[in-house]
Write a protein that binds this ligand. Structure first.
Ligand code: HEM
Ligand SMILES: *[C@@H]1O[C@H](CO)[C@@H](O)[C@H](O)[C@H]1NC(C)=O
Ligand SMILES: *[C@@H]1O[C@H](CO)[C@@H](O)[C@H](O)[C@H]1NC(C)=O
Ligand SMILES: *[C@@H]1O[C@H](CO)[C@@H](O)[C@H](O)[C@H]1NC(C)=O
Length: 326
């Protein structure tokens, strides 16, 4: 009886352990991949992000968004970093990405201490995590071992989620990458830092319906937004995605959705649709629902996102310069 039970457990463990390991590590990436080949990688990336952040705090949201846009197109393979007339970075959704110089700076330093070892895709994944930490978010262990892709086509960026997407479309685009509804709400919570240009939401403020602004925006907030983004005004003017807390990684973005203060239509819809609203409420600790801790869940969903379509082993290459294939 005892023995049977023991055998049973051992059997279950042998069966489950590899599955658990795969879930934690993703498709061939693992925490500490460079621990012998380039032990200083994490400290070099973090000190580089930190020094750029000191002179320009907007690089933190910039790098987080860049990693998302890298992962959703050709997988997390640094394809967003490649220069060229028809490269991904030239696609409309990518035109306002920022922070390329931070990745280049880290890469230059890494090439001098461990040449040809660390991929640009890994530098970007680490820099995204460091950006969250610099804005007071919680840290998480980033599995590494990604290799760099050699293909970067602007047309491939068409499948990125758009700011007018319905919740069903957002869910579908995330599901296509192996991310569920909770991951969607959690990761869009990345909008707790950073800004958006008026051009991406001013259509919600004027003539959205025959009577005026998008009714899902809090009326008092509409007036504030109209003052900041006048009709036919400067579409490049930037407004915090998380009103009142755009520099701090916290749950107030979700509270703003509850209060009708979402900036992007796609964000506000997460509150309108019941299937996503429930996760927003759980992050806000609404009574009667099982609570979720944003800081904890964000790291978990980021590890999943950071493993989308990764190239490992002998696939791809380790780029010498992040903006060029070898
Ligand atoms: C449905 C999904 C999403 C849509 C439609 C969306 C759309 C947008 C748009 C339109 C902007 C404004 C860009 C600009 O004006 O420069 C933006 C900014 C941003 N996005 Fe998203 N996003 C989505 C998901 C995500 C995810 C998953 C992350 C990261 C985990 C993320 C991180 C950011 C950050 C940090 C900014 C601020 C960038 C800055 O300040 O430079 N977004 N997003
Ligand atoms: C709103 O739309 C109507 C009909 O399309 C148009 O006649 C009107 O000039 C628009 N108003 C503004 C403020 O753009
Ligand atoms: C957001 O919040 C601040 C208070 O920190 C306020 O002054 C600002 O005008 C608000 N509105 C918008 C649209 O950003
Ligand atoms: C969302 O949930 C509320 C309350 O449970 C319900 O009244 C409403 O009909 C639901 N809406 C949709 C579109 O399912």
């Amino acid at each position: 009886m005892e023995m049977n039970c023991f055998n049973h457990r051992v059997f279950l463990l042998t069966l489950l352990l590899p599955i658990v390991v795969i879930l934690v590590e993703g498709q061939g990436t693992r925490v500490g991949f460079y621990s012998t080949s380039c032990p200083k990688v994490e400290s070099i990336v973090s000190s580089t992000v930190q020094s750029h952040f000191k002179s320009d705090p907007t690089i933190a949201p910039g790098l987080l968004r860049m990693h998302f846009h890298d992962c959703f197109v050709q997988g997390c393979d640094g394809s967003i970093l490649i220069d060229g007339p028809n490269a991904e970075k030239t696609a409309p959704p990518n035109q306002l990405l920022r922070g390329y110089e931070v990745i280049d700076d880290a890469k230059t330093q890494l090439e001098s201490v461990c040449p040809g070892v660390v991929s640009c895709a890994d530098i970007l994944a680490l820099a995204a995590r460091d950006s969250v930490v610099l804005t007071s978010g919680a840290s998480w262990a980033v599995p590494t071992g990604r290799r760099d892709g050699t293909v970067s086509q602007s047309s491939d960026a068409n499948n990125l989620p758009g700011f007018r997407d319905t919740v069903n479309v957002q869910k579908q685009k995330f599901a296509d990458k192996g991310l569920n509804t909770q991951d969607l709400v959690t990761l869009v919570g990345g909008h707790t830092i950073g800004t958006a240009a008026c051009q991406f939401f001013s259509y919600r403020l004027y003539n959205f319906t025959s009577t005026g602004a998008d009714p899902s925006i809090n009326p008092a907030f509409v007036s504030q937004l109209q003052a900041l983004c006048p009709q036919n005004g400067d579409g490049s003017r930037r407004i915090g995605l998380d009103n009142g807390s755009a520099n701090k990684f916290d749950t107030s973005f979700f509270a703003n959705l509850r209060d009708g203060k979402g900036i992007l239509e796609s964000d506000q819809r997460l509150w309108t649709d019941n299937s996503t609203k429930t996760f927003v409420q759980r992050f806000l600790g609404v009574r009667g629902l099982l609570g979720l801790t944003f800081n904890v869940e964000f790291g978990k969903s980021m590890v999943k996102m950071s493993n989308i379509g990764v190239k490992t082993g002998t696939a791809g290459e380790i780029r010498k310069v992040c903006s060029k294939v070898n």
